[in-house]
Ligand binder design. Sequence first.
Ligand SMILES: *[C@@H]1O[C@H](CO)[C@@H](O)[C@H](O)[C@H]1NC(C)=O
Ligand SMILES: *[C@@H]1O[C@H](CO)[C@@H](O)[C@H](O)[C@H]1NC(C)=O
Ligand SMILES: *[C@@H]1O[C@H](CO)[C@@H](O)[C@H](O)[C@H]1NC(C)=O
Ligand SMILES: *[C@@H]1O[C@H](CO)[C@@H](O)[C@H](O)[C@H]1NC(C)=O
Length: 422
Amino acid sequence: MNQQAARQHGANRRDSCGNNPTVLVVSAAALLLLLYSLGSYTSTHGLTHNGRMRTAITAGGGLGQQLQAELSRGAAGQLQQHILALSNISSLSTAQLPLLLQGTNLSSIATADVLDSAAAKGLGWQQHWQLVQLHQQLLCTSGLTAVHNPPNSVPVKLGNCSVFVYAAHDFVSQELAGPRHSYEEKEVAAVLWAMQQQQQAAGAAPRVKQQPLFVDAGANVGSFLFSVADAGYRVAAFEGMPSNIALLRHSLCANPHLRNRVGLFGTGLGAEADTCYVVSDHINVGDGHTVCGEEQVRKRTDNTGYTIRGKTSVRRLDSILSEDIQVLKLDVEGFELQVLQGADSLLTKHRVNYILTACTFGGAPRQRQMLQLLDQWGYYISLDGFKGPWLDPAAVANGSSKLPWNNIFCARKDLQHATPAR
Ligand SMILES: *[C@@H]1O[C@H](CO)[C@@H](O)[C@H](O)[C@H]1NC(C)=O
Ligand SMILES: *[C@@H]1O[C@H](CO)[C@@H](O)[C@H](O)[C@H]1NC(C)=O
Ligand SMILES: *[C@@H]1O[C@H](CO)[C@@H](O)[C@H](O)[C@H]1NC(C)=O
Ligand SMILES: *[C@@H]1O[C@H](CO)[C@@H](O)[C@H](O)[C@H]1NC(C)=O
């Protein structure tokens, strides 16, 4: 089987998320080679996604055959011996690749590795987007994310999508699996309305270049992600909790029609790059809270009912993404202020038309800080929806507005409809 045929074979298998070591190896090769080819093409802007894929495969030369030969020598068991962190591949020569590919364990490659290696090569947002998409595709193709058996989960139907949620002990999952098949229905509807505002504006042009972008920070099991992607929009989803990431990856494999629209970033967001812990309690297991620092973790888990559920990388949003955003949604259990602080240069350099944020950022001083930041960045704030009515801008500016326990809706002041009610 030549490279092209192998690739095609991979593409054919993708929908069934089958299990095939050949596909795994060829897929891993494609991911690494893509990173290589992206790195070596500094002016790739003219290339289409398909163009890049073709470049990556062509650059492979006889690599596929070498790997096939390794496999036919019964090397499958040895494949995992040299687990290669993607963050290190920038230091490797092309000649070293085939050797190291033997050891690539795709499921152990984390989004942070992909992002860090891309950053080390000076790659930007478009490449970040392509790399996480490819990473996800490879996981589907390789069968590492077999659709039928995510542990402790049940599939639920959300619109046209089949989405995996926790089988028990999780509030959002319970709502999604319940009769209404929705969670925060009003907020999802508001986000869909806000996404459409961009499309209507762009609709005036003969051809809409790109679908507007929704950024889902704290994607959880995907209650917003799948609704927004299903409606045709692009979604950059961020989630740091390992069990939520696993469910999301399974769900994305089960919905190949969303493949080109969704970039799943398996990392938490914050004000500084860090490695932190995710903790949750026993009655709402998927409700992960990011906690940084050993001392903080001890406090949060010492007789509180909270348990450490894993580690998460934390990155600044503006170190990953640079593009206008139609709607930015934040629901990160107390980390909202940090995420916004880590989006500062994004909010300054690009248009972020609407922000929906949970208000769990902990205490009056932090609420005041949040209000003042949103005011400085030029937003009106509403407790009801993206169409207002708006809080008194003077009270927002001095941070004295009273915020609810759940969500606030923010709209840029220069949007036409956003006139303050008095
Ligand atoms: C990268 O390579 C260096 C030197 O070979 C090694 O010390 C380091 O642990 C590697 N990093 C990762 C993330 O594997
Ligand atoms: C690959 O990595 C995953 C995650 O680290 C690990 O659970 C799994 O056992 C590894 N697979 C092999 C064959 O080593
Ligand atoms: C489902 O798919 C159809 C056809 O692609 C699309 O029109 C519709 O908006 C999608 N979403 C829902 C929720 O039905
Ligand atoms: C903040 O501004 C509001 C509206 O102008 C005003 O009523 C309130 O007294 C101010 N609070 C402080 C602490 O300055």
